[in-house]
Design a binder for this molecule. Structure first.
Ligand code: CLF
Ligand code: SF4
Length: 525
């Protein structure tokens, strides 16, 4: 039993210290180019209706730009599920919004509410509470809505969010609206039951188990109906789709069109993560996930249609923190039970105002660099991917050996934009470089021309150069996007002067194993 601990933010940290703390937290500290060709909605207030901007500006999943500054948390209050997906094993959390193979600690609504207040008091940039499992939130409506009720009474400034497979969605639209749940995610993997039958072996609907094409047809109709009903109410909808090569990869372009025409705000195409040890149908039958370039090509193909999310981290059902970090180990039930929690909305607001100032300074710095790029006399058709080592605050501030997740930027004469992230096993293992880990790092960023780092040792530097990835440490502690654009301008100059020759890069791996190992590393930190 731990001693009682009082949690109130003015008692534990000053605002300035907390701002510094943001940088220490693992996660991305990046921002991307505005416009629809971005990851999530990174448009600013001038690009959308004020009421939409209000909803997305500090939601880390609905705004790529916001995800560098604001955190979300999930509470695992919803254990049951009403369908079966072939990429899911119900020994683990719902794989629609959770990383496969992860088990969360289930909570009652009362435990969940206390946890939310404790986290909100400790992490003032936590702005969103999501319910995303470990089953389907709407297959557990009493627990889900009781949790929302308890939280909205005490902490009305926290945005409420839920993620569902959509089967029960049309039955709960009024309740969702009544609780001011402004953000709903529906996982939609198909709009054709012929394809759906290869993803969903059964559903449970109207007290009956349905299988085969009929099950997929019912699910599809309920998903479309739910989406239409939500968007008619002005509730922002994100659609998650799992990319399953050979089953729905080509078809997801059609899904994209269908959900766009029904008013979805954002489309998040996630890679299938499939390993035999997860015990799923796909894991056991050897169904592979996509490569990095396959995923990017599909996201690019859909990008002209609507906002695409590329910064999803496939969180766990009890995730806490900035996307890309996981602080759930700090908030176990045992620790929360021992805390005396005080919710301090005023101090949270003051803190978030400081975050806004920081965010605006970063945007201004990027705009200035962008202008310089636009003024380059000879506009080039070249486009590069650049990997960035960061631990937050939008800066190149991580040592190469300590990286567990690289941020990937695409840069061209049109500017820079965030296009994804790659999990890796850390190269530096307790003071020495791990050659096996370096190989996996290289495979994970093999499609990049350069990697921007705060620092890098001689050995990995040589190995990267040998495979044609340029290690760059001259932008240490600078803002990322400024640095990516500056690197690109320098690259163009070197190509023009004949100092280097531009060569296309190959494909890269999405490191499935690293998703789990990074999880345990950060949880233990
Ligand atoms: Fe959670 Fe989902 Fe809400 Fe975000 S996660 S319920 S919309 S608050 Fe975000 Fe995590 Fe990806 Fe989900 S990064 S898995 S998209
Ligand atoms: Fe698993 Fe989620 Fe699919 Fe249910 S909806 S089977 S919990 S992935």
């Amino acid at each position: 039993m731990q001693p009682t601990q009082y949690v109130g933010i003015q008692d534990i940290k000053t605002l300035g210290t907390l701002l510094d703390k943001v940088a220490e937290h693992k996660g991305c500290g990046t921002s991307s180019e505005g416009g629809k060709a971005s990851c999530g909605s990174s448009d600013g207030p001038a690009d959308m209706a004020p009421e939409v901007w209000e909803k997305v500006k500090n939601h880390p999943c609905y705004s790529e730009e916001a995800h560098h500054h604001y955190a979300r948390m999930h509470v695992a209050v919803a254990p049951a599920c009403n369908i079966q997906c072939n990429y899911c094993n119900r020994k683990y959390d719902c794989a629609n919004e959770s990383r496969p193979g992860v088990v969360s600690e289930k909570l009652t609504p009362e435990q969940a509410a206390k946890k939310v207040f404790a986290v909100a008091s400790t992490i003032p940039q936590m702005t969103v509470l999501g319910i995303a499992g470990p089953g389907d939130p709407l297959a557990n409506p009493a627990k889900t809505f009781k949790t929302f009720e308890l939280i909205s009474q005490t902490a009305p400034d926290i945005k409420l969010c839920l993620s569902t497979n959509g089967l029960a969605l049309p039955d709960h639209i009024d309740t969702i609206a009544a609780f001011n749940v402004d953000h709903v995610t529906i996982t939609i993997n198909m709009v054709d039951p012929e394809i759906g039958q290869h993803i969903y072996p059964w559903i449970y609907y109207q007290n009956k188990r349905w299988t085969g094409i009929e099950a997929a047809r019912i699910l599809h109709e309920r998903q479309m109906l739910g989406l239409e009903m939500l968007t008619a109410r002005g509730i922002l909808c994100k659609v998650n789709s799992v990319m399953i090569p050979g089953i729905n990869d080509q078809h997801l372009v059609e899904v994209n069109r269908a959900v766009k025409s029904r008013g979805a705000f954002l489309h998040n195409i996630m890679p299938l993560i499939s390993a035999p040890e997860h015990g799923t149908v796909f894991g056991l039958n050897g169904q592979r996930g996509p490569s990095a370039q396959e995923l990017k090509a599909l996201q690019d193909a859909c990008e002209g249609e609507m906002n695409m999310m590329r910064h999803c981290r496939q969180c766990r059902a009890d995730a806490v923190g900035l996307l890309g970090e996981d602080r759930s180990a700090e908030f176990t039930t045992e620790k929360i039970e021992a805390m005396e929690v005080a919710y301090d909305g005023a101090t949270r607001k003051a803190y978030q105002e400081l975050v806004e100032q920081e965010r605006q300074a970063k945007s201004a710095a990027k705009a200035a660099e962008q202008q310089e790029l636009a003024q380059m006399a000879d506009q080039s058709g070249l486009s590069l991917l650049v990997a960035v080592a960061t631990k937050g605050q939008g800066r190149v501030n991580e040592h190469f050996g300590h990286v567990s997740e690289f941020q990937i930027y695409e840069v061209s004469s049109a500017g820079s934009k965030f296009v994804g992230h790659r999990r890796v096993d850390q190269y530096c293992q307790g003071g020495y470089g791990e050659e096996d880990a370096l190989e996996t790092v290289i495979r994970a960023i093999n499609d990049c021309h350069a990697v921007l780092v705060a620092k890098i040792g001689g050995c990995p530097k040589d190995d990267l150069q040998k495979v044609g990835i340029e290690p760059v440490d001259r932008y240490a502690h600078e803002f990322i996007e400024q640095s990516v654009i500056a690197y690109f301008m320098d690259y163009l100059e070197r190509v023009r002067s004949g100092q280097i020759e531009h060569r296309p890069r190959g494909d890269a791996d999405i490191r499935q194993g690293a998703y789990t190992s990074v999880q345990s590393t950060s949880a233990a930190a």
